[in-house]
Design a protein around this ligand. Structure first.
Ligand code: 13P
Ligand code: SF4
Length: 302
């Protein structure tokens, strides 16, 4: 089927089924263009919670669709590609977190949004890369547990001055950035600013001008007076940055910074989801209720 025909059919089914398409900033260009809302994890969580739709087609990875299902229990949430998971989210499960917590009685648990609903259910409060510093400051404690991203934890600990005991998890896309990537990119584009995601290791963050979630990169790009920016995050966001800011040149800090799972969703799979109702993401009620508590605690402070 031609792209124009797929888009027309998607439009028809969306109207008929009262559906909304949400897409993360790392999705492929065609999917971003077909979406009703494109955003970061925090923005899309908020959107899912407030939507007046019967059906949400979530173009992203499994934990994002699960978060939408937790926040919108009356709605049907579909993930167009069932295999699109987040390897970092899979680095800890509920059983492992329960056992780990027992070693640190009394400490609160902050979970990154890149976790399963089961892990969120075992946590006190959730955070995204947009609000992690505010979330940790809001706890009013000097020490807390943080799962699963050790890189994000290290940066947040430094920003807040708190002691964060981190799970040994990481995002394989961001963990691969090196100081050399940043130095090489600066040598190629000497006038450019460097913006990196806080999932990068601290020695990479130390060489950046700004540390920003994908949502904050989108906002910063609209406000910046720079003409050239080197971007240290998954390369998919360069499409949106370039499209919205034609006067600014964006360069990837690393050409190979691609999340295979984020690229699994295609327009054809979005259409299939709308046609067949696959793959429906459901969260058992007891886990959903407890996971919602940690997500709502986050939404209240950010
Ligand atoms: P944000 O879009 O919240 O910055 O998260 C990045 C990410 O890696 C999501 O998988
Ligand atoms: Fe997970 Fe990293 Fe891919 Fe985001 S970019 S979905 S954190 S593996």
């Amino acid at each position: 089927m031609k792209t124009a025909d797929i888009l027309e059919r998607i439009g028809e089914l969306k109207r008929r089924k009262n559906a909304v398409i949400l897409a993360h900033n790392y999705q492929i260009p065609e999917v971003q263009d077909a979406a009703d809302f494109v955003g970061d994890s925090l923005g899309l969580s908020r959107k899912a919670a407030g939507l007046d739709a019967d059906l949400i087609v979530f173009c992203g990875v499994h934990f994002m669709a699960e978060t939408a299902a937790v926040l919108a229990p009356g709605k049907t949430v579909l993930l167009p590609e069932a295999e699109a998971g987040c390897p970092m989210a899979d680095m800890i499960n509920g059983r492992e977190l329960r056992a780990w917590k027992e070693r640190y009685p009394g400490l609160k648990v902050v979970c990154y949004v890149n976790t399963s609903a089961e892990v969120k259910a075992e946590s006190d409060i959730c955070c995204t890369s947009s609000n992690a510093v505010n979330v940790v400051n809001s706890l009013g404690v000097d020490e807390a547990l943080f799962v699963p991203d050790k890189n994000l934890a290290a940066w947040v600990a430094r920003e807040t001055g708190k002691r964060l005991i981190a799970w040994d998890g990481y995002c394989y896309v961001h963990h691969r950035f090196t100081p050399r990537d940043i130095r090489d990119a600066r040598a190629l584009h000497p006038g450019a600013e460097v913006w990196v995601h806080p999932e990068c290791p601290l020695d990479v963050i130390d060489l950046a001008d700004k540390v920003l979630s994908t949502g904050k990169m989108v906002l910063e790009a609209r406000a910046t007076s720079c003409r050239e920016v080197i971007i240290g995050t998954e390369k998919g966001i360069l499409y949106r940055l370039g499209k919205e800011n034609p006067a600014v040149k964006f360069y990837p800090a690393r050409e190979t910074a691609l999340c295979a799972h984020m690229k699994m969703t295609t327009l054809a799979k979005v259409l299939r989801a709308l046609e067949t109702g696959t793959s429906r993401i459901e969260v058992p009620k007891d886990i959903g209720d407890r996971a919602r508590g940690s997500i709502q605690a986050m939404l209240e402070i950010s």
